[in-house]
Ligand binder design. Sequence first.
Ligand SMILES: CC(C)(COP(=O)(O)OP(=O)(O)OC[C@H]1O[C@@H](n2cnc3c(N)ncnc32)[C@H](O)[C@@H]1OP(=O)(O)O)[C@@H](O)C(=O)NCCC(=O)NCCS
Length: 172
Amino acid sequence: MKKTIETERLYLCEFALEDAQLLIDLNSDREVTRYTGDGPVKDLDAAKKILSDVIFPQYKNNLGRWAVHLRSTGEFIGWCGLKHIAELNEIDLGYRFFQKHWGQGYATEAAKAVMEYGATILNLETIVGRAAVGNLNSIKVLEKAGLTYKEHDVEHGDEIVKYVWGKNNFDK
Ligand SMILES: CC(C)(COP(=O)(O)OP(=O)(O)OC[C@H]1O[C@@H](n2cnc3c(N)ncnc32)[C@H](O)[C@@H]1OP(=O)(O)O)[C@@H](O)C(=O)NCCC(=O)NCCS
C-alpha cells in the first residue's frame, strides 16, 4: 500500500486490486451515487475493471483517486483525489464517502490535503471541480477546499456547476 497523503485524521493511499469489493460496497448505496452519474458496480469483475481501466492508469502521473482511511482504526471510508480528464485536458478533484461518514468533515479534510498536494508537490497550475447543481454537500466541499465558482454547464445531459482553483489565485 503506497501512502500518498496524511492528514490529522486520515491517510490516503493507492487502491489495489484486492480493494475491488470496497468499490462495490461504496456504490451500493443509491444516496452515494445520486449525483455521480454512475450506479451500483455489478460484481467483482466489474469492480476490478474499473480499477484497472480507470483508477490505476492515473497513478502513473502521481494523480489518482486515492482510498481514504481513518488513521484511528484503518477503516476505509471512501475515496478522494485528482484525475486527469483527457478529453478536456483538466485535472479534476473528486471524492465519494460512505454515508455513515458524512457530516464529520472528512471530505473537506481529504479534499484540502489533495489540493495542497496538487499545488505544492505536483505544481499544478489549475484544478477544477464539478458537482450536480443539487449536490449542495459537494459544492460546500469544493468551496472549503479553496475552489471558486466559475460557471454553470451541462455535462452528459446533467446540469452542473464548475469550480476552479488556479495557482495565481493561491499565491495572492
Ligand atoms: C459530497 C460528500 C463527500 C460530502 O460529504 P460531507 O460529509 O457533507 O462533507 P464533509 O466531510 O466535509 O463534512 C462537512 C460537514 O461536517 C461537519 N463537521 C463535523 N465535524 C467536523 C470537523 N471536525 N471538521 C469539519 N467539519 C465537521 C461540518 O459542519 C459540515 O456540516 P454542514 O455541511 O452541515 O455544515 C458526500 O456527500 C458524498 O460522499 N456524497 C456522495 C458522492 C458525491 O456526490 N460525490 C461528489 C460528486 S461531485
